[in-house]
Write a protein that binds this ligand. Structure first.
Ligand code: TRP
Ligand code: SF4
Length: 546
């Protein structure tokens, strides 16, 4: 992507959504990649989603198109009392978040979990995730926050002393911001035996080629780095160990590869796969669609004994020009082969339970549990009187009763990366670009005062044309943090800026003052929750030292 490409604005209110944003970049990366001359924009065709690299996301729309992340706006209306980060579009994307919303609305079990690699001081980027966890906890979700100490050690090479120090600091900020440790769960990966056992189990369904494709691992990659991946998969599925439940993982989009893999693994661990079928044999998805279409289209009365049979569909398909079928020649060929082998078998829609990883007992239990007409085959059971949703529920129930996990694919929500105060990327290796939650309040004040803005060359020009709030890191601070829950205030700053009534000097003074107050207050609260942290059920000092 080049510097002048249109980008999405970092925040929005109904009808002002236009304009561009400065490059929004990962917070918390360790700055391995230097700032690029174009301000950190990624190459024209790639959106780099690298969990351990320096993820640059310069075009959020690509995340929708290329990776299948869905827009948060699609579900915003359904969220009860949405958090301001949701209302302002800072949380911009989601996968399958509806299942979590529904559970929260219906007072059904739901969970939130996120993890923190203790590589440095917690900063205002981490605060977004802390807030997201806390909000879900307040909405009734069971809340988990974990310290990814194994990952920090394996993937980043941090010593255990450093890890302990940073971990403690993350936890203090999390508690200071309102996480309730009595109602929620805190753990560190290294101390969680259940997570490690689950990681080992999940590893059975993942292999090296896949890691290579997803993460770019190669022959030089440490085995413990790979192990930290399955550990994260186990973290993500951990809330479902006591029972399957909708779980949301709030993260930055750089973590999306992990979310996708976790969703895949959750599925692969299932005992049964439920699908729709038309005859005793298996059809691929596109083949099934074709058969489904002809099943709907053909009238059984037109055939010999008023039965629609496999060969009939095969004959009709052969008479239909390929162009009308909407499939390739090879799909047609394979579907014809299957239908002809099926011969006189009647075509009848059914719900299929395929045995994937089921134990023998579980498979037998499933057979017993299916009500109404059914056919039992070696590796699947076809049910004729159960719909898809009922079947899914039954499959999970039988799995869990027979010792399986019954995982639901985890959901996720994604927040935007913040722009650095110096423009370009916010990076923990450039102190002036970001604000640590431990910064001396006066330093926080100074950093905001010397931040880059979206202002014009002169006050006169600013009054005439208005400022570029959409490209302004200071405006971002208001929207992401300083305005808090006060939408009206955030909107006023925005309107005054673009309307030319607000000049950068005063605007920064106000922001700097608010930042100073925020840091003072936050640090005060950190001191107050020290005791709460000591009492919390988490090991603060690792026995490991090497
Ligand atoms: N990999 C994450 C990071 O780099 C940390 C992490 C570990 C995590 N386990 C997790 C994040 C589970 C979300 C969910 O920050
Ligand atoms: Fe940014 Fe404020 Fe200047 Fe507008 S007035 S460009 S929001 S610093």
């Amino acid at each position: 992507m080049t510097g002048d490409d249109p980008r999405e604005e970092p925040r929005k209110f109904e009808d002002e959504a236009s304009g561009t944003a400065a490059d929004a970049v990962a917070v918390g990366d360790e700055g391995a990649t230097p700032l690029r001359a174009d301000g950190g924009a990624a190459g024209a065709d790639d959106v780099a989603l690298d969990p351990w690299g320096s993820s640059t996301v310069s075009d959020y729309r690509k995340l929708f198109d290329e990776f299948g992340i869905e827009e948060f706006d699609d579900v915003l209306d359904e969220v009860p009392h949405p958090h301001y980060l949701m209302r302002r579009g800072v949380i911009f994307g989601q996968r399958d978040y509806r299942s979590v919303i529904r559970a929260l609305q219906n007072d059904e079990p739901a969970a939130v979990l996120s993890g923190f690699m203790p590589t440095g001081d917690p900063h205002i980027g981490h605060k977004l995730v802390f807030d997201e966890i806390i909000w879900h906890q307040q909405q009734g979700a069971e809340a988990h926050a974990l310290i990814a100490d194994l990952e920090a050690n394996a993937a980043r090479g941090l010593s255990w002393e450093e890890i302990d120090e940073h971990a403690r600091s993350y936890l203090l900020s999390l508690l200071a911001l309102g996480f309730d440790p009595e109602d929620g769960d805190l753990y560190r990966q290294s101390e969680n035996r259940e997570v490690q056992d689950l990681a080992f189990d999940l590893g059975a369904e993942a292999n090296f080629s896949e890691f290579q494709a997803i993460y770019g691992f190669d022959g030089e990659t440490d085995v413990s780095h790979m192990q930290s991946v399955v550990t994260q998969m186990a973290d993500i599925l951990y809330p479902q160990l006591d029972e399957p439940k909708p779980t949301v993982i709030p993260v930055g989009p750089d973590q999306d590869p992990h979310v996708r893999l976790a969703r895949d693994l959750a599925e692969r661990m299932r005992f049964f796969k439920v699908s729709k079928a038309y005859a005793s044999f298996e059809l691929e998805a596109d083949e099934r669609e074709l058969v489904a279409e002809f099943y709907e289209r053909l009238d059984p009365a037109e055939f010999d004994d008023e039965q629609l049979r496999c060969v009939h569909v095969a004959e009709t398909l052969e008479e239909t020009p390929l162009a009308e079928l909407g499939v390739g020649a090879s799909t047609l060929e394979s579907v014809l082969t299957k239908l002809n082998e099926g011969g006189m078998e009647p075509l009848r829609p059914r719900t299929r339970f395929s045995d994937r990883r089921a134990t023998e007992d579980a498979f037998d239990a499933l057979i017993d549990a299916v009500e109404g007409e059914k056919r039992v085959y070696e590796n699947h059971v076809d049910a004729f009187e159960i719909d898809r949703a009922e079947a899914e529920e039954l499959a999970r129930e039988i799995e869990v009763e027979n010792g399986g996990y019954g995982f639901q694919p985890p959901s996720s929500i994604y927040h935007r990366f913040m722009t650095g105060l110096t423009g370009g990327k916010m990076s923990s290796s450039i102190p002036a670009s970001h604000i640590s939650l431990l910064d001396d309040p006066e330093d926080g004040y100074d950093k905001v005062k010397s931040a880059t803005t979206g202002g014009r060359e002169t006050a006169e020009e600013q009054r005439e044309k208005g400022g570029k709030a959409d490209e302004c890191p200071v405006y971002e601070l208001y929207a992401y943090l300083l305005a808090g829950d006060d939408d009206e205030f955030a909107k006023r700053v925005y309107d005054e800026c673009v309307g030319g009534e607000r000049l950068c000097g005063d605007c920064k003074e106000q922001a700097a003052q608010l930042m100073k107050e925020f840091l003072e207050e936050h640090q005060q609260k950190r001191a107050e929750v020290e005791e709460l942290l000591e009492e919390a059920d988490i090991e603060l000092e690792s026995p490991r030292r090497r």
